[in-house]
Design a protein around this ligand. Structure first.
Ligand code: KIV
Ligand code: ZN
Length: 514
């Protein structure tokens, strides 16, 4: 029997720390559902003390998720731990993850605390967290640059205080695989009570080594890896879940452990995270990039046709690429629609919501011959967005673009129940559309990102647009999908505006005063 490698996903916490990747509560719940379908063991849902919005999001994930452990992050402070305990109250399997920095530079310059004070604080934090749950994780932040003797001392103390998982973060992505692996081996050897806790790693990708460092740690006894979908995360990101999982699975001849991940859900989950955060996946990205299984050279194509394993070490369908198949069409009935949605983890709260989604599906099927899973996900995103669109709705859009003429857009919006029309010119039809919307709303927001992706292939594919807006430290991502990309752009812009206007909109965790 091989050991189990615990997969701890932190897309909703560290992933959200990617500049601009903020997600609202409902988006986090949707991603949490997808992570559960992927069968990740632990979902780190957020940092409850960071803001009321983060607290609510962790609480909502804790209420929704049944199989995975739900984790909340807390600094080694009573108030953070109490907030995390409170947010996780309804979780089936709650975990509190508390941390404090242990490197000389962080202790002296950031915390202004002595090593003795840091140990005392860490022990107190773990004991307090144990009041709420038996599942307590401790991280010595910046472990990669901490002194080893001090790491041994603090880890021994927190295990004695009740920590059940010890996570070793390479916070600044400084370590190299051989030294990080050796560090894990030595810590496990030197700490007398090391066998009372699971050793975990959390690697950042500043030198492009997050996955390599994580795997080196696994080969040296780590049995939990913290990672994110698509490698999202602070700065250069975290170790990519899909790469860690597939490396361990593909090289079972080397690894003494395996994960419980349902790898067929990897690609759908990657697409969902990319669409919600507005972070596109580069085409040559391992496992989830559009070209990851595409063979361009004639020699490779010939080899693969003769015998797939000549050039492929994994099967595309094993990571979920086969999901990109026609699932429903114009003649599909309501039951087939409901069943497929259920398989995608989408349950309707009422018959009315199902009917509305089905009507949208029929409308789309009239415009687009083949409907893929990705189209269904986009359709649901839109229904959720519109339900959220309390204040501004798109009623109509007319654009005019003639060669040599300034493009013009006329938009009709319903703003707080009142229909209004705005018109503007721009450098292109999308620019004119955004200006026409602004002529009515005057939000004063700054456009940080505009991106268009095709959801599936073909000229009749839906375009999915992401618009990122910023105002007074709040960053929101709006999405819109349509077979017409100008309409998709208008929907995305209006979705972002609605999020900015929403009382639930919150400052990005990095901008919050915690
Ligand atoms: O990178 C880091 O050190 C972290 C900790 C909170 C685990 O994210
Ligand atoms: Zn981190």
């Amino acid at each position: 029997m091989k050991d189990k490698l615990i997969i701890f996903d932190t897309t909703l916490r560290d992933g959200e720390q990617s500049p601009g990747a903020s997600m609202n509560r409902d988006e986090k719940v949707r991603i949490a559902r997808a992570l559960e379908r992927l069968r990740v063991d632990v979902i780190e849902a957020g940092f409850p003390a960071a803001s009321p919005g983060d607290f609510e999001a962790v609480q909502a994930v804790a209420r929704t998720v049944t199989d995975s452990t739900v984790c909340g992050l807390a600094r080694a402070l009573d108030r953070d731990i109490d907030r995390a305990g409170e947010a996780l109250k309804e979780a089936g399997r709650p975990r509190i993850h508390t941390f404090i920095a242990t490197s000389p530079i962080h202790m002296e310059r950031k915390l202004r605390m002595s090593p003795d004070q840091v140990v005392e604080r860490a022990v107190a934090a773990v004991k307090r967290a144990r009041r709420y749950t038996d599942d307590v994780e401790f991280s010595p932040e910046d472990a990669g640059r901490s002194e080893e003797d001090f790491l041994c001392r603090i880890i021994e103390a927190v295990i004695a205080a009740g920590a059940t998982t010890i996570n070793i973060p390479d916070t600044v992505g400084y370590s190299l695989p051989h030294e990080f692996g050796a560090l894990i081996a030595r810590l496990r050897e030197r700490i007398p009570n090391a066998d009372k806790a699971v050793f975990s790693v959390h690697c950042h990708n500043d030198l492009g080594l997050a996955v390599a460092n994580s795997l080196a740690a696994v080969l040296n006894g780590a049995r939990q890896v913290e990672c994110t979908i698509n490698g999202l995360g602070e700065r250069a990101g975290n170790a990519a879940l899909e790469e860690v999982v597939m490396a361990v699975r593909t090289r079972q001849d080397v690894f003494p452990c395996d994960t419980g991940i349902n790898t067929r859900e990897i690609v759908p989950c990657s697409k969902l995270v990319s669409s919600i955060t507005g972070f596109p996946v580069q085409p040559n990205k391992a496992i989830v990039g559009a070209n990851a299984f595409a063979h361009e050279s004639g020699i490779h194509q010939d080899g693969v046709l003769k015998h797939r394993e000549t050039y492929e070490i994994m099967r595309a369908e094993d990571v979920g690429w086969s999901a990109n198949r026609m699932v429903l069409g114009k003649h599909s009935g309501r039951n087939a629609f409901r069943t497929r949605m259920k398989e995608l983890g989408i349950e309707f709260e009422s018959e009315e919501a199902l009917n509305e989604a089905f009507a949208r599906f029929k409308e789309l099927a009239d415009k687009k011959h083949e409907i893929f899973d990705e189209d269904l996900q986009a359709l649901i995103s839109e229904q959720i967005f519109e339900a959220e669109a309390e204040r501004v709705k798109l009623i109509a859009l007319h654009v005019c673009a003639d060669t040599g003429e300034i493009p013009v857009a006329r938009v009709v919006l319903k703003i707080d129940g009142e229909e209004r029309t705005g018109e503007a010119g721009g450098s292109g039809v999308v620019d004119a559309t955004f200006k026409a919307v602004e002529s009515l709303l005057d939000t004063g927001a700054t456009l940080l990102l505009y991106s268009v992706n095709n959801i599936t292939t073909g000229t009749d594919a839906q375009g999915e647009v992401t618009v990122r807006l910023e105002k007074a430290g709040r960053v929101v991502n709006g999405q819109g999908a349509d077979t017409d990309i100008v309409i998709a752009s208008a929907k995305a812009y209006i979705n972002a505006v609605n999020k900015l206007l929403s009382p639930r909109s919150r400052k990005h965790p990095q901008a919050a005063d915690v």
